[in-house]
Design a protein around this ligand. Structure first.
Ligand code: URP
Ligand code: ZN
Ligand code: ZN
Ligand code: ZN
Length: 467
């Protein structure tokens, strides 16, 4: 039995167009669009009609960087796949790509199986996986080929965190060479972790233990150096490269230069680098710990380069790097030693709203909002046009967005499983009203109507983003 929904009267915004159109959904997919009021639109019939007059109709957000239940620093990120995907839906995101972890001494397969077990049957929205490669060896390299065939087509490596996730340049080069052959995309955490560890040790020896020193030792220059090195290694390997969580002006400069040379090099930044700064890391009474993540928050002056990069397409994607740890009981682990504060910030629920605010603030256009939050991540990670747009044949992952509703971000009202908001008290205009995932109502006029297990694993093709 077919089920149809029609969304009438909204402004449909995609990365390429803005049009007042009615959207017909059939069996979980977009069946047709027609300009509102035309005979073609009037001919749409459906069991369910959603009135979107005065609202935006946008593709569900694609957050290509989350860490549900990530083990880090002796604890686990506090959102499960159930709580984290529900919060994502509240924030207008209908697809996440989370990072499965290979532990040193174990296979990629074991790591991937573990992540499937965590997510399977628990997600409110669709999900895919990247694979964190912590141990490059002959076996791992062969496994990368199999993962690409299974739809896990991107691999994160770390130039930071020696002794945990860290890979040396030789391991990175070998993984890049493999991805050049099998079509995989290497995602790089670009910070010189060896040098940073020296600076951490020196800072602690001087008695500099507060959260703000996290930002001081993880220097912008060491992000830029690692970004430069990753670009050169990728060039030698003949592989594309995607640099995650770019925060420093100097790193954007490296990406822009490489792109000017025509290299297939891409960059992601995150809302925390666009909206927060070292001022937050310096908040008193250990409150700065709430803002400890890596790469770290930077002085406010760096934000202009990130916004410019997003406008000039030197940065293509905004993901959250959602990796929440509660202030009480988790961030606490680093009292008296900033290097023991679990790294990561919550944000999966906030991204679409913060970027809409950026539209109102004049940083980006409406269509660029949808491009960096929906279409480009879907393309970058092989899910377009199934995800990331509203077009016939696409999954009916659709958000009805009220561009005029005002809200105040707060831990009191958010749905993420974490005891603070990184944006506590921030006023934004624009709010998610209704969310459909493959045609099914997950949020209905600000009520949760979804269910755990609706979301399914989404195998991905290789990167479709080559300019
Ligand atoms: O601080 C962060 N970003 N935590 C998550 C792990 C990572 O490096 O992405
Ligand atoms: Zn990282
Ligand atoms: Zn991350
Ligand atoms: Zn369902």
């Amino acid at each position: 039995m077919s089920s149809r929904t029609v969304i009438r009267g909204g402004l449909v915004i995609t990365a390429s167009d803005e049009i007042h159109a009615d959207v017909l959904i059939e069996d979980g997919r977009i069946a047709a669009l027609a300009a509102t009021g035309t005979p073609a639109a009037q001919a749409f019939t459906a069991e369910r009609t959603i009135d979107a007059t005065g609202k935006y109709v946008i593709p569900g957000g694609v957050d290509a960087h989350t860490h549900m239940e990530l083990p880090f620093g002796g604890t686990f990120a506090s959102d499960t796949f159930e709580t984290g995907t529900r919060a994502a839906a509240w924030g207008g995101t209908t697809t996440i790509v989370d990072f499965a972890v290979q532990s040193v001494g174990h296979s990629l397969r074991e790591g991937l199986d573990t992540w499937h077990a965590k997510a399977d049957g628990n997600c409110a929205i669709d999900y895919g996986f990247h694979m964190i490669v912590s141990d490059v060896n002959e076996h791992t390299l062969k496994e990368m080929d199999h993962l690409v065939e299974e739809g896990v087509t991107s691999f994160k490596q770390f130039m930071a965190y020696p002794g945990v996730f860290y890979s040396d340049d030789g391991q990175i080069l070998r993984a890049m060479q493999r991805s050049a052959d099998n079509g995989g995309l290497i995602m790089m955490h670009a910070e010189n972790g060896i040098a940073i560890d020296v600076l951490v040790e020196q800072a602690l020896a001087r008695g500099e233990t507060d959260p703000r020193y996290h930002g001081e030792v993880r220097k912008a220059l060491l992000e830029a150096e690692a970004t430069h090195r990753a670009i050169k290694l990728a060039q030698v390997a003949g592989a594309p490269l995607y640099v995650v969580h770019v925060s420093a002006t100097e790193a954007v400069t490296e990406l822009a230069r490489a792109r000017d040379e025509g290299l297939p090099v891409f960059g992601e930044t995150c809302p925390q680098y666009l909206f927060l700064s070292t001022d937050n890391l310096a908040e008193p009474d250990f409150a700065g710990a709430k803002y400890v993540c890596s790469t770290p928050l930077r002085p406010r002056e760096h934000q202009a380069a990130l916004w410019r990069g997003l406008r000039t397409n030197d940065l293509q994607v905004v993901s959250t790097d959602h990796c929440p740890f509660c202030f009480v009981g988790q961030k606490d682990l680093g009292r008296g030693d900033f290097s023991k504060i679990p790294n990561g910030l919550p944000g999966v629920e906030n991204r679409m709203d913060l970027l809409h605010q950026a539209v109102l603030d004049g940083h980006i256009s409406r269509r660029r909002w949808i491009e960096i939050a929906c279409a480009s991540p879907a393309r970058m990670f092989g899910m377009y046009p199934k995800k990331g747009t509203i077009a016939p044949g696409a999954d009916a992952d659709v958000v009805i967005y009220d561009p005029h509703a005002e809200q105040v971000m707060s831990a009191e009202t958010h749905h993420m499983n974490v005891d603070y908001s990184a944006y506590e008290g921030k006023r934004t205009t624009g709010r998610v009203e209704t969310v459909l995932s493959r045609g099914e109502l997950v949020i209905t006029e600000r009520e949760y109507t979804g269910h755990a297990g609706h979301g399914v694993f989404t195998p991905r093709s290789t990167c479709q983003y080559l300019n």
